[in-house]
Design a protein around this ligand. Structure first.
Ligand SMILES: NC(=O)c1ccc[n+]([C@@H]2O[C@H](COP(=O)([O-])OP(=O)(O)OC[C@H]3O[C@@H](n4cnc5c(N)ncnc54)[C@H](O)[C@@H]3O)[C@@H](O)[C@H]2O)c1
Ligand SMILES: [Zn+2]
Ligand SMILES: [Zn+2]
Length: 345
């Protein structure tokens, strides 16, 4: 079958690889009808998140139909499903408490040895372990493009918004106008929070304003000055780092008022934060690390938001390519020309 494989330092290649087979009880094989490229894929390519072997199939945002199941799943061939990037066991204490992202046997699709060495979903077929937990049936009223992001970035945005604790009448700053930041912003707006999205890339900020009607600050390394002005000096109640880079996290920390909460939703690797402890202490900085998004804990809410028309995920799709053109898709996304690239096998 055709699949996107890691070709070493910063590169991908579309190649012929063996089709996956059932390995564990509870597995399902899914024929992928639509996939996409995530910001986390870029971290894997750059080596920021280590452990991916050259030749591994990558990708973790997908939707399709079940073709084959092992014993121990209630799914059947033909079921239309969206897959979670996060692979949880469904039976440990943490899964039992709905905290799937801290599952004691946590894995992730297509993200290398540190996360279970599972092949990814930018392919014609993918094997999904513990299918009952990690696939969700979707009904035919939702198109592929509307349902696709429920398995990662849309639900990640909803999860990040939820972690801020913000509600109606609060002010939130979202640092990063990539797909994750944009979905976090839409999720916050959905619950009545005023959102200001900031991005050092002025083009991405302008796109968010023009297409999504979001309030933005574009092109500033120090957005806090603009945030002070826009909030009449009050600053934001909460902020989200939807980038995964220290300058962005520091910007988020400077944009919140005293005792404001900063949610770290972007992914980190070996970076270190030099924190002025006295200032953090006296201002009651509330720094909350997200970890992997709790997809299974929030995907019902994400599907509700889409079904009700409260969030239209298709607006973020700027490029529709064939899986065979994935290399070009990665270039478009890495250069930030694309907001979101979807791939059809
Ligand atoms: N927690 C999770 O489970 C989870 C899930 C999915 C993605 N992520 C992470 O979320 C992050 C964002 O993903 P994405 O797909 O939106 O990526 P992306 O690369 O498309 O977007 C990142 C954006 O941040 C902007 N940016 C960079 N430095 C900045 C700065 N200092 N200030 C303001 N903006 C800055 C960039 O211009 C870009 O628009 C990544 O780190 C990704 O790995 C986390
Ligand atoms: Zn992802
Ligand atoms: Zn578990």
């Amino acid at each position: 079958m055709r699949a996107v494989v890691f070709a070493g330092s910063g590169k991908v290649r579309v190649d012929d690889v063996a089709e996956p087979t059932l390995v564990e009880p509870g597995d399902a094989l899914v024929r992928v009808d639509l996939g996409s490229i995530c910001g986390s894929d870029l971290h894997l390519l750059s080596g920021k998140t280590p452990g991916l072997k050259p030749g591994s199939v990558i990708g973790h945002e997908f939707l399709g139909r079940v073709t084959e199941v092992a014993d121990g799943t209630s799914l059947t061939a033909g079921d239309r499903v969206v897959g979670s990037f996060l692979i949880a066991c469904g039976s440990c204490d943490r899964c039992a408490n709905g905290r799937f992202n801290f599952c004691l046997k946590r894995r992730a699709l297509g993200t290398g040895e540190l996360t279970g060495d599972l092949d990814g979903a930018q392919a014609e077929y993918v094997r999904v372990p513990v299918a009952d937990v990690n696939l969700r049936r979707i009904d035919d009223s939702l198109s592929d493009e509307r349902a696709l992001f429920v398995g990662d970035i849309l639900t990640t945005g909803i999860y990040g918004a939820r972690l801020t604790g913000a509600g109606d009448g609060d002010v939130a700053v979202v640092v990063g106008a990539g797909p994750v930041g944009l979905f976090a912003a839409l999720a916050l707006r959905r619950i009545g929070t005023r959102v200001i999205v900031v991005d050092t890339n002025a083009r991405r900020a302008s796109w968010a304003a023009a297409v999504l009607g979001l309030e933005v600050v574009g092109g500033a390394e120090h957005p806090e000055e603009a945030i002070v002005n826009l909030t009449g000096g009050a600053k934001a109640d909460v902020a989200i780092d939807a980038v995964g880079a220290i300058p962005a996290l520091k910007a988020a920390m400077r944009c919140v008022r005293e005792a404001g909460r900063v949610v770290v939703l972007g992914v980190y690797g070996a970076e270190r934060l030099d924190l002025a402890m006295g200032r953090a202490w006296v201002s009651g900085l509330d720094l909350r690390f997200a970890g992997m998004a709790n997809i299974q804990g929030h995907w019902a809410d994400a599907l509700d938001a889409v079904s009700a028309g409260e969030i239209d995920p298709t607006t973020l799709i700027t490029h529709r390519l064939s899986l065979d053109d994935a290399e070009q898709g990665y270039e478009l996304f890495a250069s930030q020309e694309a907001i979101k690239v979807v791939l059809t096998p």
